[in-house]
Design a binder for this molecule. Structure first.
Ligand code: GLY
Length: 383
């Protein structure tokens, strides 16, 4: 894997889903070309732009200007920032606003924002008039490399995350990498965990490149675009062969069974961003795999070292307030994992590792093994 040397034209990644195939376009300053791209796909269309308050402050005007210059009518729908909008109430508000904006079957919903906005706007589009197309304009690194691609949309139930939703593929994804410049370093690093995930789960050469290139990716420039495009290609390939997650798509959940339990234990709050939970979860998945004799302990340590080098949390004990709030209890963590969607009739599914770059789906994992592993981790202070 060689590093790209300079910025060039946008990179286009194809998601090969037959009659629902679409492009992911990746590059700097692409917001300005959004209108022309949408007009080329759907001349004469009306659009509603769903976004959140923070993103609207930075990018709504420029998005509206781009669409307006291409002769496309827009209506803004601005929700509150954060997971609190991914609710029944948030869905009602967006759906009613789309109807009020007269978005019809051939019109388009534009999701301008991070994962929350993409999931919410995509789900509203999926159910509006039994299905209206939508365009993803992801503004967080996490959304650019993961949630905007692949068609998973939905909201949370009071009983669990993402329990209501639909597969609804976007018509187009426009990932403007310059909008990432306004992310905090912590938010950027959290998104980076999902980039590292693609190396860990299926591309050892990419992981090796990341080990030496992560500082360039954080700085911006061609390395950032290359990392995003490589991640999108990896995801697109998996989605193209298993759109509905009946098989290989589950590999994308590497680090998520542990990670979601930690997110739930911290109340899905700012104490642990999703990507930070995935980083700790990936390390736990690697170490659990090592404890089962599946991967060499030094490979598990290599994964942890890279994520720590980037500045991500890698230990349970890295989570603020960890010991005080029942997080240090293996049974409580196991109970949280049992509420996850990745549970079938009480048996846990984990994505485990055979090597850096080779993940496998392990269905039917014995909960007692997981509990003993976690109890041992909790008893040890990290070095
Ligand atoms: N984020 C995992 C997936 O899209 O399947």
């Amino acid at each position: 894997m060689t590093a790209p040397l300079k910025h060039g034209d946008p990179i286009v990644v194809d998601v090969a889903l037959a009659d629902r195939a679409y492009d992911i376009v990746i590059g700097r300053d692409l917001l300005d070309s959004l209108g022309a791209r949408v007009a080329a796909l759907r001349p004469g269309v009306r659009t509603a732009i769903v976004t959140d308050r923070r993103v609207a402050r930075y990018w709504l005007e420029r998005t509206e200007a781009s669409l307006g210059a291409a002769g496309i009518a827009t209506a803004p729908i601005v929700v509150e920032e954060g997971e609190g909008s991914k609710t029944y109430a948030g869905l009602e508000r967006v759906s009613e606003a789309l109807i009020a904006a007269k978005i019809e079957r051939n019109d388009l919903v534009i999701a301008l924002g991070g994962g929350v906005v993409g999931d919410l706007a995509g789900f509203a589009a999926a159910i509006l008039r039994r299905g209206v197309d939508f365009v993803q304009v992801p503004t967080s690194l996490l959304a650019q490399v993961d949630s905007s691609v692949g068609g998973k949309t939905g909201i949370n139930s009071p009983q669990g995350k993402n329990l209501l939703g639909a597969f609804h593929q976007p018509l187009l994804v426009v990932a403007d990498t310059s909008v990432l410049d306004t992310l905090s370093p912590r938010q950027f690093r959290a998104g980076y965990a999902e980039i590292a995930k693609y190396g860990v789960l299926g591309d050892a050469a990419f992981f090796t490149w990341l080990e030496t290139s992560h500082a360039d990716i954080l700085k911006g420039g061609a390395a950032r675009e290359h990392a995003i495009a490589t991640s999108c290609r990896a995801k697109a390939a998996i989605v193209a062969r298993d759109e509905r997650e009946t098989g290989d798509r589950a590999l994308l959940n590497l680090g998520h069974t542990f990670g979601h339990a930690l997110e739930a234990a911290t109340g899905f709050s700012d104490r642990l961003f999703h990507g930070e939970g995935v980083a700790i979860g990936m390390v736990l998945a690697a170490e659990f795999s090592a404890s089962l004799g599946m991967i060499a302990p030094q490979d598990a340590a290599r994964i942890a070292r890279h994520l720590a080098d980037v500045g991500l949390p890698t230990h349970l004990q890295d989570i603020a307030g960890f010991a005080q709030e029942g997080l240090a209890d293996a049974d409580a963590l196991l109970a949280l994992m049992a509420q996850d969607k990745k549970v079938r009739r009480g048996r846990l599914t984990f994505i485990l590792l055979e090597a850096v770059g080779r993940a496998v789906i392990a269905r039917d994992v014995d909960g007692a093994l997981v509990r003993d592993f976690l109890a041992a981790k909790l008893a040890r202070r990290p070095q």
